[in-house]
Design a protein around this ligand. Structure first.
Ligand code: MN
Length: 129
């Protein structure tokens, strides 16, 4: 499987947001794997080795900061870019996300344009559209 064919993993507990962002990713030409909580997100990352992970920070079972630390501490997964997603632009959230190892940070609601620009930056121009 080439880099271009690898799926995007979205870890987000809000079903409406998950559907919205999954639709955007499909329109960008990506395959998508969805996880509703931190534990299953880390498990699916190991299973599928996605091209990129979109990580909600406020998540059940294991929050996005902890899930990101586990991914970045795993030799097999550390290279995968993690883009943090959060609804509340709480002071300090961005810093904590970057400290945990996130490569980029997006505030919800996310637009298709922002998603596309961030993917281009993080994946080195491989993103569609
Ligand atoms: Mn959430």
């Amino acid at each position: 499987m080439s880099e271009d064919e690898k799926p995007i993993l979205i870890i987000e507990d809000n079903p409406d947001n998950r559907v919205l962002i999954t639709d955007m990713l499909h329109s960008m030409g990506y395959q998508v794997i969805e996880a509703p909580d931190g534990d299953s997100g880390v498990r699916l990352a190991h299973q599928h080795r996605p091209a990129l992970i979109l990580m909600d920070l406020s998540l059940p079972s294991k929050d996005g900061w902890q899930a990101t630390r586990e991914i970045k501490n795993s030799p097999e997964l550390a290279h995968i870019p993690v883009v943090a997603l959060t609804a509340h632009a709480m002071r300090g959230d961005r810093e904590r996300a970057l400290e945990a190892g996130c490569d980029e940070y997006l505030t919800k609601p996310v637009s298709l344009g922002e998603l596309s620009r961030t993917f281009s930056a993080v994946l080195g121009g491989r993103a569609a559209c």
